[in-house]
Design a protein around this ligand. Structure first.
Ligand code: SF4
Ligand code: SF4
Length: 407
């Protein structure tokens, strides 16, 4: 290469480097320009106040749709959502696998991952660690930031103690495989009090939403955790989706106050406004929900007094509609005669929301005959399984009677 060729080559290299640096800067600036959701402090961590619940993922052929889930998670992460919550039971064991797959492209330290010990399936103490290790593998990680004993109720509390679950998980915490150890609970304030006073916990996951706040002791539970100094993760903030639709009349009240805000955004902000709550989980199924949640929590502000009053008015109107307080959690499945309890309650609630008799009749008749409300034999097996303490047999009778009266 002669001097002329050398200078030409050097000039192009320099121009190339400058252009590349400029492009990188534009890319970085663009990235920095993307608005991020509000974060709250948990110890020294900055956690997005809205967390991604991986229990209602979009589905394809009966399994989580990885392609759609990936684009939802990408959008969430791009906008600052950094808390992901999965569990053994979600999507029949496939949620943990899907979570591991879609998060694997991101550096492990860029997000917080929560998983749970499935107390319900434990037969003895030797099963705890193998299940935990399997969960790590399924999630493609070597530690969980947040790890919970899942869904404590009277039966599971006994299992937790008999199988030394806490003690074994504490060992995992000492090994660094669990950063923070907590529990989720769907039971009475009395049991919550006992659990809180028996072991030392880093956090608790509680069902909190504007309906449960007074009707299912959510306020009392919040107060117990707060008094014990235990920060709260909120689950079920939309009461199984009921608060994302409400009834037409209730939704109109919210719309009149804030035309661009979805009903979901009101209830999510309600829980996020509570000082001892550091993350509110939203089980997202569509990209539109991720976009709406991001919109809600960018520039998040707690509900004002006026907004609290408006929401409370809408909830009163909704409650007076006679909808069943079912969250469609499916904990009551396993009916000996095969009644599809959540499905029957869902179509009943839709009827209470839209008052469309024709739609209710069609929906009821699309349920297989053997799964319909009128086939309940009132054996009572399902009653103790319902975290909402619903009198399922009586409510099924009501669904069946309404069908008969409209037919
Ligand atoms: S009470 Fe009715 S719905 Fe419940 S388990 Fe028995 S038959 Fe099934
Ligand atoms: S009836 Fe109770 S247990 Fe069954 S889906 Fe509804 S809330 Fe869950």
């Amino acid at each position: 290469m002669n001097r002329r060729q050398f200078l030409k080559s050097a000039l192009f290299t320099t121009i190339g480097t400058v252009v590349l640096a400029a492009c990188k800067k534009v890319a970085t600036d663009t990235k920095n320009l993307i608005d991020k959701v509000f974060t709250k402090k948990y110890k020294n961590l900055d956690i997005s106040v809205v967390g991604f619940g991986m229990m209602r993922l979009p589905q394809k052929d009966g399994e989580p749709d990885i392609e759609k889930t990936q684009s939802m998670v990408d959008y969430a992460i791009e906008h600052g959502i950094n808390y992901f919550d999965t569990a053994w039971f979600y999507h029949n064991g496939k949620s943990e696998l899907a979570t591991g797959t879609v998060l694997s492209k991101y550096p492990r330290k860029s997000y917080y991952l929560a998983d749970k010990m499935p107390l319900r399936i434990l037969k003895d103490k030797t099963e705890v660690i193998p299940i935990f290790e399997e969960q790590l593998k399924k999630c493609q990680t070597n530690y969980f930031d947040f790890y919970l004993t899942h869904n404590i109720n009277k039966r599971e509390w006994k299992v937790l103690k008999e199988c030394n679950v806490y003690e074994q998980l504490l060992e995992k915490k000492k090994e660094g495989k669990i950063k923070y150890l907590g529990f989720s609970i769907h039971d009475t304030p009395e049991l919550l009090e006992e659990v809180v006073n028996t072991y030392k916990w880093d956090f608790v996951q509680l069902p909190i939403n504007p309906i449960d706040w007074t009707t299912v002791d959510a306020k009392r539970q919040y107060d117990i955790a707060t008094k014990a100094g235990i920060p709260i993760v909120v689950m079920n903030p939309l009461k199984g989706g009921q608060l994302s639709t409400l009834t037409e009349k209730a939704a109109e009240i919210l719309k009149a106050e804030k035309p661009s805000a979805s009903p979901s955004s009101w209830s999510l902000r309600y829980s996020a406004s509570l000082p001892n709550v550091f993350v509110v989980l939203s089980g997202m199924s569509e990209l539109e929900q991720v976009i709406d949640n991001v919109k809600t929590f960018i520039n998040f502000k707690p509900l004002s007094q006026n907004e609290q009053a408006v929401l409370s008015k809408a909830i009163n109107v909704y409650n007076s509609s006679g909808a069943i307080s079912c969250t469609y959690c499916q904990y009551c499945t396993g009916c000996p005669v095969g009644i599809d309890i959540p499905k029957n309650f869902l179509i009943y609630n839709q009827y209470k929301s839209n008052n469309r008799k024709d739609r209710f009749i069609i929906a009821y008749e699309t349920i297989k005959e053997e799964n319909r409300a009128d086939k309940c034999i009132n054996c009572g097996i399902c009653k103790n399984k319902c975290p909402q303490k619903l009198d399922i047999p009586s409510l099924l009778k009501e669904v069946s009677n309404v069908y008969k009266s409209l037919k």
